[in-house]
Design a binder for this molecule. Structure first.
Ligand code: C2E
Ligand code: MG
Ligand code: MG
Ligand code: MG
Length: 286
């Protein structure tokens, strides 16, 4: 028995453990059914140009319409899906759906301000042997241009067997697809390391943005990252902008793009065209 644990605590611990295992198994089965039943849906969060707040892209964010638990965000299932491998099928669906939707927006409004759709790719999905081919096939199937697609990968992916990853990133970029490092700053990679990575965009994690108005150090750090990224020809998207002051500070630093509740929350597809028509009736607020 762990120190300080009574017999009752121990039994409770054991039964908690057992029910956690049952829940995981249940989740696995449900995830597989969910792919077949098409229970996944996408919301899209605008990414704006800070200078004029025009919506230049959207990030596709997966949701699960669970049969009994209601609409679930990724926090509730992406980790389990990554562990079980279900994320490979989910990710393939997300990629196809996001490209189909984006092609439809482009077709409906040739003057849309939208230039790209950003799609999250899990490490397991990226490592699947034929990922590059999957992307190529999805583009063809959706009749989408490669420039319309921005793939978001994580620092952790880049840090493990870098050679293979670099090779695949090069193949994707040769196709015309762009690549972003998502949640930059939460992992262990450095900008000097990133320089060797064939990526186009750096998405600065929300945790870096949160304190830029209240902490001089945090402000200085973000300022330095934005400058360095610019020198490395990387575009920077600041994530999680919630206040106008943050937007102004980032714009002053030379950060060109932002995303966050200040501009818009993740939206259902039907709400996107009104925000991306070339002439908008009024400024958009969240
Ligand atoms: P992420 O890629 O960093 O996406 C941004 C997350 O931050 C989204 O949460 C978004 O709703 C939230 N967010 C945006 N602006 C703000 C803000 O101003 N304040 C706050 N508090 N939050 C903000 P969401 O949709 O819950 O997604 C969470 C994570 O799940 C994503 O983080 C991404 O890592 C993962 N994810 C989402 N969709 C997919 C997918 O299709 N495939 C994979 N593999 N992962 C996904
Ligand atoms: Mg993302
Ligand atoms: Mg992100
Ligand atoms: Mg994030």
């Amino acid at each position: 028995l762990a120190k300080g644990m009574g017999k009752g605590d121990w039994q409770r611990y054991q039964s908690d453990l057992a029910s956690a295992m049952v829940q995981r198994l249940e989740m696995r089965t449900q995830l597989h059914e969910a792919i077949e039943d098409e229970q996944f849906m996408l919301q899209y969060q605008p990414i704006v140009e800070l200078a004029d707040q025009r919506v230049t892209g959207v990030e596709a964010l997966v949701r699960w319409q669970h049969p009994t638990r209601g609409l679930l965000g990724p926090f509730h299932f992406v980790e389990a899906a990554e562990e079980s491998g279900a994320i490979v099928g989910i990710g393939a669906w997300v990629l196809g759906e996001a490209l189909r939707q984006f092609a439809a927006w482009k077709a409906a409004d040739p003057d849309t301000t939208l230039r790209y759709v950003s799609v999250n790719v899990s490490p397991r999905q990226f490592r699947a042997a034929d990922f590059v081919e999957q992307v190529r096939a999805a583009l063809i199937e959706a009749d989408a241009r490669p420039e319309w697609l921005l793939l978001e990968i994580t620092e952790s992916l880049v840090l493990k067997d870098a050679d293979k990853v670099v090779q695949d990133l090069r193949a994707l970029r040769a196709m015309g697809v762009r690549v972003a490092i998502d949640d930059f700053g939460t992992g262990y990679s450095s900008l000097s390391y990133l320089r060797q990575m064939p990526v186009d965009v750096l998405k600065l994690d929300k945790s870096f943005i949160d304190d830029i108005l209240t902490s001089r150090q945090q402000h200085a750090l973000v300022d330095a990252i934005v400058t360095l990224a610019g020198n490395l020809d990387l575009a920077v998207v600041a994530e999680g902008i919630e206040e106008p002051g943050q937007m102004l500070a980032l714009d002053a630093m030379g950060c060109h793009y932002g995303q966050g509740y200040h501009f818009a929350r993740p939206l259902w597809p039907a709400d996107i065209p009104a925000m991306t028509a070339s002439v908008r009736p009024a400024a958009v607020s969240a």
